[in-house]
Write a protein that binds this ligand. Structure first.
Ligand code: MG
Length: 170
């Protein structure tokens, strides 16, 4: 087994959080979809797919490293949002929190002298820079639009700001 019990259990917890984020982003996407805002909806549907892919990356890694995957139960996501800003702010806060969680996983891999684990986690470290920066951009655009969400739709149509795929499907 190439993975320590401690890192395995921390990664299993992260799998739950990544699936949880995927569900949360589906809810945010439908909030916009129901409001006839297709660009914002598409943005969050894509984010939901990405979060699922993040969870599956951890799943495959644990199996490859000879560990045991134990997908934890996932808390139900928030369904109601008062405004677009509240929904995007929640997404931004989440990405900042995930960055801390990834840093903690990396700290643990370093502490355990787990070089393979560090190599695997480095992809997530780079990914979080993209995720936080993308959400930060979307949040400033929504704030600047000052409730004129058609302006945000127009911005998204002209400037796709979805994070680059860092070879995630390789
Ligand atoms: Mg993620």
């Amino acid at each position: 087994m190439l993975i320590s019990e401690e890192l395995q259990s921390a990664m299993n917890a992260q799998i739950g959080r990544e699936f949880g984020a995927s569900l949360q982003y589906v809810n945010i996407a439908t909030y916009f979809d129901a409001d006839s805002l297709p660009q914002l909806a598409a943005f969050f549907y894509r984010q939901a797919e990405e979060e699922r892919m993040h969870a599956m990356k951890f799943v495959h890694y644990i199996v490859e490293a000879g560990g045991q995957v134990r997908v934890p139960s996932v808390e139900g996501p928030q369904s109601d949002f008062k405004s677009a800003k509240e929904a995007v702010q929640a997404a931004f806060n989440w990405e900042v929190e995930v960055t801390n969680q990834i840093n903690q996983l990396m700290d643990l891999a370093i502490k355990k002298n787990d070089h393979i684990g560090q190599d695997f986690l480095r992809w997530f470290v780079a990914e979080q820079l993209e995720e936080v920066s993308t959400m930060d951009t979307l949040l400033s655009v929504v704030e600047r639009a000052d409730q004129n969400l058609l302006w945000v739709e127009d911005f998204l149509a002209r400037n796709p700001i979805v994070a680059e795929d860092h070879g995630a499907n390789e």
